[in-house]
Every structure is written in C-alpha cells, then in structure tokens.
Design a protein around this ligand. Sequence first.
Ligand code: AMP
Length: 285
Amino acid sequence: MLKIALPNKGRLSEEVRELFNDAGLEVRARGERALTASLGGEFEAIFVRAQDIPEFVADGAAHAGVTGWDLVNESGREVEPLMDLEFGKCRLVVAAREESGITSVDGVKEGMRVASCFPRLTQEFFSRRGQQVTVVPVSGAAEIAPHLGIADIVVDLTSTGSTLKMNGLHEVGTVLESSARLVACKRNGEEAVRKLDELKQALGSVLAARGKRYLMANVPRKVLAQVREVLPGLNGPTVVDIMNGGDFVAVHSVVSAKTIYRTINGLKALGCEGILVTRIERLMP
Ligand code: AMP
C-alpha cells in the first residue's frame, strides 16, 4: 500500500480531495477527523499539516504527498517534484508599507527587519542579492508586523493582493511563484515509482480534461473545410455520417473551454445545427 500525505485542512485540502475524487481515487475516510483514509486500491491517504508534508515525504514516512511549492522550498528538504497540480496558485512576495517610499527590492536598506513565515526563503533571497537584512520569523499574520513596528517589510504569500492592500502594504518584488505540487520520496523503490507514475497520469488526465469540452455538431457537408478551421480538436475533428442526415454530417471535437463561446458562434455562422457541449472527465491524449 502506498502512502500519500495530503493536507488535513486549510486552503489546499478541499481541492486536493476533489482532484483525487475526480481521478477515481475517492477519499474514503471513516470520519471527518480521520487521520488516514483509503483511496481505493493501492493508495492510502494520510492527513497531516501542509507544512509537515515535505518532511514526511523526504523521510519516506509517505511515498508521496501534495502540498504547496512554497512549503516544499521553505522546508529545504529534498523531494522529487512529480507534477504541478495547477491550483493553490500564489506568490511569495516582498511587501512594504505604502508610505515607506520603498518601490522595489533595491530600496530595501541594509539592516532592515523582514517579518515572514518563510524565514529560510527570505534569508536566501536577500543573501543571494547581497542585501543584509534581519529576518524576523513569525508563524502567521506577517502583514501586521510593519504596523506593530517589529519589522520594516514583510515576505508573505499573496494571490489576489487584497490582504496586502487591506493592510496598507504594496508589493515590491517576487521571491517565488507557487502552486500545489505532487512530490515523491527520492528513495522510493521501483514498484512505488511505477505506481506513482500511474497516479500522475490519472491526476494529469483530470487536469487536462478540466480546460476542455467535448463538442458535437451537425455540419452541412459543404462547409466542412471551414469548420475544420474553427475546430482544430486534439487530432482534428471526427466526422461521422448521420443516418438520413441528408447534406449534414456529425462532427465531434475536443475544444478549449476558454474559447467555447467563440467556437459556438463560429459554427452557428457556418450553418451548423444541434450543437452539444459536454464536460470531459478524463483526457489521455
Ligand atoms: P493555508 O491553508 O492558508 O495554511 O495555506 C496552505 C498553502 O496554500 C500555502 O502554503 C500555499 O501553498 C497555498 N496558498 C494558495 N493561495 C494562498 C494565499 N492567497 N495565501 C496563502 N496561501 C496560499
């Protein structure tokens, strides 16, 4: 049985569960507060704090885990990055008080105090730039530190920027771009590596499907060439005869969810009928 460490609470936990469920690895926990759960078949989930996951995975207590890339880097532990799961996107940024006059990282002066929940990444960032600062480690709410006078600037996570703004701070530089990652233990055996590769493909097929739609339409045969341009599809559209379809053929295609509105209008303008769009659960090109 392969152990997969998943966040037990917080921002990432819901989306991780949803992704595993969609990939057919339903999280079957015995109760709300269960510490482990079967993922069906070969995998077992262990629920721990997102910041402890790099440690668990590096130690081999779990064969793999899902956590934020920021936390993996802050831990300094060696793990094998397997895939970017594309949610939990955020940036670790340097932020200063609006009235500080600091507008870029270059404006951070020697000896300034920097509050952060990411002391290791903060220290590394300024050392690499040759800037001497004093890092003030905090375990949360770093954005309050400049107002309390315990720091001049902060290094904090942001996604929309609204929390920084609300606290009278503005961004002056980026330390790291982060999102949720599947990471594995570097000492996994052959069997575990093979099973994790299957897991990676299953999760990847769900992520690939999320941005796509399956489109079907009845197309006048004479406009097929133009329709092909509107519907590039995965390997070009599938064209099927319709029984008693007259001058129409059925066209099926995988299309981008982002441009579906434009695609439908393009098809309608070409005289297509019976347009049907559905979600795709899994996509393995
Ligand atoms: P939390 O659940 O707030 O402890 O955060 C866990 C992880 O969620 C962080 O370490 C980040 O990887 C990720 N995350 C995504 N967006 C944000 C955000 N706006 N602020 C903080 N963390 C975020």
